[in-house]
Design a protein around this ligand. Structure first.
Ligand SMILES: Cc1cc2nc3c(=O)[nH]c(=O)nc-3n(C[C@H](O)[C@H](O)[C@H](O)COP(=O)(O)OP(=O)(O)OC[C@H]3O[C@@H](n4cnc5c(N)ncnc54)[C@H](O)[C@@H]3O)c2cc1C
Length: 488
């Protein structure tokens, strides 16, 4: 007899778990509250422009490839990938930017121009990061369901114990003097949701992901990955239901037995939630929740974001596909996200223009744009504030890249804290889940299996391994394995 499982949400972790569980013989149904599948990686089209709503940096292509290989497929069976060159631009002021090329040797040349001797230091640093990548991603990630501290202990990690007790910032500052190079090397850990001064140096494997493996782009945008995963799931019999809000997890004698979907009861043997962890526990009776209000408020969340999806009626110049605007004080913005949460006085921001690589994502002669300002979760979010920051970032892009763009905006949509809460049931409007700090790593993160309700499991960026698309895909595999083991 088939074992039934209902999955709440259709983010990457849910899509991944659905495929692994269906392959293992489960009868899988996915319930998503929104009209589109894909969670934070949804896509929308408006006035001829195509916008990926969330992730845009395709890093760690090996993790994506492993997922497809597990189903006897390759990413190229579903989409074409292009390695971006330049990978990205980092702007430091008017007419002052560094372009990061697609290969380490070329990046060394760029570093050497900024700081004499830095290319030798860079090679040493990236070699060390490469070893950590191998240990973390190739050897450990898939074996760490976060049950015990012992999962972290191996001969390799013991040898590198020092990397857990110093941080990325210190490690980078020791090796590089130039402030521009320092901020470029501190940037990749922002994907883990925490400051470089609060992220163990072991996570420098993200620098290898950046400079060693490169930045890639699927031909129709990130949504290609969502479509590919759904197509694998469908071929294995997974059923996907959109506009299906789950309002309750039904339990009997301490076991989950079903969910309430749009006021209808759906029974199944197992329940797995890929929705935000805190929200999922609210679907249970109070006594069935593992983590208290105080637990959540004591946690370091990854940032929220103010986002703008923009359509321009002309082609833009002096910009590339991915652009980081680091022309203001990195430390001040960081402080205003983590230590003293408030709207940033001088925001750093990120802008992408996918139509520069994939021209069909904008009408002919036009450009699509996506702007992201990281902000502290839980901030007040009003239309006036959004407009204030829109003016700030557009003025900065105009000045720094020496062109007029404000009057060329023919489509504009913003997305911020309130939308993250309303559209994804996100705790405090976080964009990337729970930060990966030393005290929120592995067995110190919310668990994949409920300790209070039998047959109830969790996956996604708030549990193990952490924020980002590759970790979410791995999270789906880890939880599918755990469910399978608990039901041999
Ligand atoms: C703006 C932005 C930019 C990002 N950039 C990058 C990047 O460049 N590279 C990268 O690797 N990562 C990036 N990330 C992070 C990455 O997108 C996430 O870590 C990942 O997509 C999270 O997947 P998930 O499975 O945890 O869940 P989510 O994507 O959060 O999906 C959870 C789903 O559950 C649904 N749900 C919630 N409650 C219910 C309910 N009651 N009933 C039914 N459904 C429900 C939600 O609607 C949602 O669809 C970015 C994230 C954001 C927001």
């Amino acid at each position: 007899m088939k074992k039934t499982i209902s999955i709440i949400g259709s983010g990457f972790s849910s899509l991944s778990a659905a495929c692994y569980l269906a392959k293992a013989g489960y009868d899988v149904s996915v319930f998503e509250k929104n009209s589109e599948l894909g969670g934070r990686a949804r896509q929308f089209k408006e006035k001829g422009f195509t916008f990926d709503m969330g992730p845009s940096w395709y890093w760690m292509p090996d993790v994506f490839e492993k997922f497809f290989n597990d189903f006897d497929k390759k990413s190229s069976d579903f989409y074409n990938l292009k390695k971006l060159n330049p990978a990205y631009h980092v702007y430091f002021g008017n007419d002052d930017y560094i372009a990061i090329p697609d290969k380490l040797e070329k990046i060394c040349d760029v570093f050497e121009k900024e700081e004499e001797g830095s290319s030798i230091e860079l090679l040493k640093f990236i070699n060390m990061a490469k070893e950590n990548y191998k240990i973390a991603v190739t050897d450990m990630l898939y074996k760490m369901p976060g049950n015990s501290p012992l999962e972290l202990i191996s001969l390799d990690t013991i040898k590198r114990i020092g990397h857990f007790f110093t941080n990325i910032k210190k490690q980078v500052h020791k090796r590089f003097k130039n402030p521009k190079l320092r901020s470029i090397l501190e940037f990749p850990v922002l994907f883990l949701g925490a400051e470089s001064s609060n992220t163990p140096a072991f996570y420098n494997f993200m620098n290898y992901a950046d400079f060693g493996l490169g930045t890639w782009q699927p031909n129709n945008g990130f949504y290609d990955v969502v479509k590919a995963m759904i197509s694998i799931g469908e071929s294995l019999g997974v059923k996907y239901y959109n506009k299906s809000n789950v309002s309750q997890i039904i339990t009997k004698n301490n076991s989950a037995i079903g969910i309430m979907v749009n006021d209808k009861i759906i029974n199944s043997k197992y329940i797995l939630s890929g929705a935000d962890y805190n929200h999922t526990e609210k679907l249970l009776q109070k006594s069935e929740r593992q983590y208290s209000k105080e637990y959540w408020s004591s946690k370091k969340l990854a940032p929220s974001s103010l986002l703008f999806y923009l359509g321009f009626n002309k082609k833009l110049k002096n910009l590339t596909h991915h652009n980081l605007f680091f022309d203001t004080d990195f430390n001040l913005h960081s402080k205003e996200i983590y230590k003293d949460p408030k709207w940033p006085s001088k925001p750093l921001f990120y802008a992408n223009f996918t139509s520069m690589t994939n021209s069909h994502t904008a009408p002919e002669g036009c450009e699509n744009g996506f702007i992201l300002i990281p902000i502290a979760p839980g901030l007040e979010d009003t239309q006036n504030l959004r407009e204030k920051y829109f003016d700030i970032v557009i003025d900065r892009i105009e000045k720094i890249t020496n062109q007029e763009i404000k009057n060329n905006v023919i489509y504009k949509k913003s997305f911020c804290v309130n939308d993250f809460i309303n559209e994804y049931n996100s705790y405090k409007g976080n964009a990337y889940g729970l930060a990966n700090t030393l005290l929120q790593t592995s067995f110190l993160r919310p668990k994949l299996k409920s300790s209070k309700v039998n047959n109830l499991f969790f996956t996604g960026q708030l549990t193990v391994p952490g924020p980002g698309v590759p970790p979410s895909i791995v999270s789906g595999e880890l939880v599918a394995d755990l469910i399978n083991k608990s039901n041999p």
